[in-house]
Design a protein around this ligand. Structure first.
Ligand SMILES: Cc1cc2nc3c(=O)[nH]c(=O)nc-3n(C[C@H](O)[C@H](O)[C@H](O)COP(=O)(O)O)c2cc1C
Length: 362
């Protein structure tokens, strides 16, 4: 990868948007693999230094699951300036996902709808890639990598699928995310029911205790919760002292800002700007319901530093983006960091850590 002092994506985007979104994504992946995409210059913002689960991070902005689903471009993603990278979702067995087309771009609303339904190379092939990356990368360059695990289509036992994945991947990653909220997976959301979730967390926690290298345990939840369901998840998270919660995945609903789009009727999970408000509201709810005791990762519609700042003020310790990568391009993390630094300074914060949950503090 090579560094460019300026961002060329605003010029290239109209061309990229001529392609079907999945084709554009695959082209971008190919270019990233070959080092054809420029990286932004590295800038250190002391205001943005933070910690998550005991790991020091240069800033809070990471890449969410689903972009590098098959663990192909981890080093390149760090070169683009993300502070942490979540790879996957990966399923136990290889599965093709839904037929194409399965990703839709609603450009005027800054949104995507996807119904990939977890196209995955499966645990074994994924593990081989992860091992290769780990062996080739010096320790100080590995960065904070997490694996997003999903139960998949042909799995007999939900909990066993997660346990199997955790055992396989834990030697290589800093965190594992249990994706219990994929809107495209019929059974995944049943795991959000309180008794199922408690059973899952108890068994997963017991497994992690037996592992030599213990990954952080993160749970990713859906934004489409009733208050009662959200309360139940908060209780379970506290009971088992999980290490973090991602709030949130994509939504199966269609907020007013996309309803008039001709693509809004497409089945699948909606991400991007229209998800911002509902996912940020749930984030604030979770922060309060857990008394700030469970570190939260804000996800959903973050496009700018102001968006990231709003998530942090509502209780997010760190933030993830996905859809903004499509709309703002490979310099997205660099742009958001610069804007976030400006927001913090404007409001008199010398450290992002002090802004976490600021909306609920006197
Ligand atoms: C095409 C696509 C694929 C995704 N795949 C996954 C996935 O495999 N597992 C997962 O937990 N989340 C997945 N997500 C959800 C994102 O990680 C993120 O939580 C969500 O898109 C909201 O953030 P955003 O508005 O910044 O995109 C996917 C999102 C998109 C757009």
């Amino acid at each position: 990868m090579y560094t460019l002092p300026f961002d060329t994506y605003p010029l290239l985007r109209p061309f990229a948007f001529l392609f079907d979104p999945e084709v554009a994504h695959n082209l971008a992946m190919g270019c990233l693999k070959k080092g054809l995409i420029p990286c932004p210059p590295k800038v250190d913002y002391p205001t943005l230094h933070t910690f998550f689960g005991g790991t020091e991070l240069p800033h809070p902005i990471g890449l969410g699951a689903g972009f590098d689903k098959q663990a192909e471009i981890i080093p390149q993603l760090f070169d683009l300036g993300f502070s942490h990278v979540e790879i996957g979702g990966v399923t136990p067995k290889p599965q093709p996902g839904n037929p194409k087309p399965r990703m839709f771009r609603i450009a005027e609303a800054g949104a995507l709808i996807n119904r990939f339904n977890l196209n995955s190379i499966g645990f074994d092939a994924f593990l081989r890639r992860l091992e290769a990356w780990y062996d080739l990368t010096p320790r100080e360059k590995r960065g904070m990598v997490g694996v997003n695990i999903a139960r998949g289509d042909n799995c007999l036992d939900d909990v066993e699928a997660f346990i199997w994945g955790i055992k396989k991947f834990s030697p290589y990653v800093r965190f594992v995310t249990l994706n219990i909220s994929c809107p495209n997976e019929a059974c995944a959301r049943q795991l959000e029911a309180e008794d199922k979730l408690k059973e899952l967390l108890e068994r997963v926690k017991n497994t992690i205790e037996t592992l030599e290298k213990k990954p952080l345990l993160i749970v990713k939840i859906s934004p489409d919760q009733t208050e009662e369901q959200a309360q139940a998840i908060a209780r379970a998270a506290l009971t088992f002292s999980i290490d973090g919660m991602i709030v949130s995945n994509t939504t199966a609903t269609r907020p007013p800002s996309v309803k008039s789009s001709p693509l809004a009727h497409q089945r699948g999970g909606l991400s991007g700007k229209p998800l911002f408000e509902m996912s940020t509201k749930l984030l604030g709810y979770m922060y309060q319901a857990t008394g700030g005791k469970i570190p939260l990762i804000g996800s959903g519609g973050v496009f700018t530093g102001e968006d990231a700042y709003a998530k942090i003020r509502k209780g997010a310790s760190i933030v993830q983006v996905y859809t903004a990568f499509v709309f703002r391009g490979p310099f997205v993390a660099a742009h958001i960091c610069k804007e976030l630094d400006a927001c913090l300074r404007r409001d008199g914060f010398s450290s992002v850590v002090d802004a976490v949950g600021a909306d609920f503090k006197k």
